[in-house]
Design a protein around this ligand. Structure first.
Ligand code: ATP
Length: 306
């Protein structure tokens, strides 16, 4: 694993962040093993981003070919719009984000960014165009400055501060004993979930990706943090093509389109109000989750049963 963090470049950030959304270390090792098999095509050009329309076309995929996970998934995130993917546990939501990063190649179908198949461009350019905002950010055991500046190698203090302002964390940082030089992380100052996420957002703003992947935490958060995170997402996703992987439903209400994934297929799609009115799987999921948040049904039980 050590070699992953050397050189300390963007890859490191992606891996750390992807790692956080994985449930166990075994998945990480599997992920790393597979990643080495995904290679750039000889002479592959860099991804040319113009607006960043994201399109999945008939995507089929299984970690093991004998067990298909995605069975023909198609959707488009128009440039600057937000699409959210919801569905029961194990439906294949996180798999979609792993395929977008090309940690694996699809078995059939295509994933296109501005019309370019992600298989045909360099992985560095692909991953450079995508920013992840995980909900449960783990910070480096380093300064606040370092944690934000990591978004772009060589960022100046003025740029870091500007990103922090946009992420609404600057005032908070200035109130810390050592300002941007305050040590955070496990061995430093413990930040709240919402504060940590704002640091991650500042890092993403600094990186300025055309595509944003918002991977919602599986664990439940308190209502206050949840609202804060929703507001953060709204702000950072403005004008960026955004894919929300929603393990719960709180962040999807504003999405331009919601896809309900079940058993590797999109079984419903539409906006929040339309889907509620339709009274189908989404409406059932929503009702159960509302009950869960009011303590009628535990969240963990509410999700798997669409
Ligand atoms: P959750 O909401 O619980 O996070 P999800 O919809 O994100 O679920 P995925 O993580 O995409 O689900 O997993 C879809 C299926 O793929 C699951 O059955 C899971 O067991 C399987 N899977 C995930 N990762 C791997 C892997 N590295 N190797 C083999 N199977 C995997």
């Amino acid at each position: 694993l050590l070699q992953l963090y050397q050189p300390l470049n963007f890859f490191g950030v992606v891996y750390r962040e992807i790692k956080q959304s994985l449930t166990d270390i075994e998945s990480l090792v599997t992920l790393l093993g597979v990643d080495r098999e995904v290679a750039d095509a000889p002479g592959a050009p860099a991804l040319a981003v113009d607006g960043a329309e994201l399109r999945f076309e008939g995507v089929e995929f299984g970690y093991d070919p004998r067990r298909p996970i995605l069975k023909g998934v198609s959707f488009t995130v128009p440039a600057g719009k937000t699409v959210a993917i919801v569905g029961p546990s194990g439906a294949g939501k996180s798999t979609i984000s792993r395929l977008l990063f090309r940690f694996y190649d699809v078995n059939a179908g295509r994933i296109l960014i501005d019309g370019q198949n992600i298989r045909d461009v360099t992985q560095t350019s692909l991953r450079g165009a995508i920013g992840i905002v995980p909900q449960d950010t783990v910070l480096f055991n380093d300064t606040v400055f370092y944690n934000i500046a990591y978004g772009r190698a060589g960022a100046s203090p003025a740029e870091v501060e500007q990103a922090a302002r946009l992420a609404h964390i600057h005032e908070f940082v200035m109130g810390l004993p050592d300002g941007y030089q305050t040590m955070v992380g496990e061995r430093g100052l413990k930040l709240s979930g919402g504060e940590k996420q704002r640091v991650a957002i500042a890092r993403t703003i600094l990186k300025n990706p055309a595509i944003l992947l918002f991977d919602e935490a599986t664990s439940a958060l308190d209502t206050h943090t949840e609202r804060e995170i929703q507001a953060n997402l709204r702000e950072v996703s403005r004008g960026r093509t955004t894919l929300v992987i929603a393990h719960r439903l709180s962040t999807v209400i504003d999405a331009d389109e919601i896809l309900v994934l079940d058993g590797g297929r999109v079984i419903e799609r539409g906006r929040h109000a339309e889907l509620l009115a339709a009274g189908g799987a989404y409406a059932a999921l929503w009702t159960r989750q509302q009950d869960a948040s009011q303590g009628v049904v535990p969240v963990a039980e509410a999700l798997p049963e669409v």
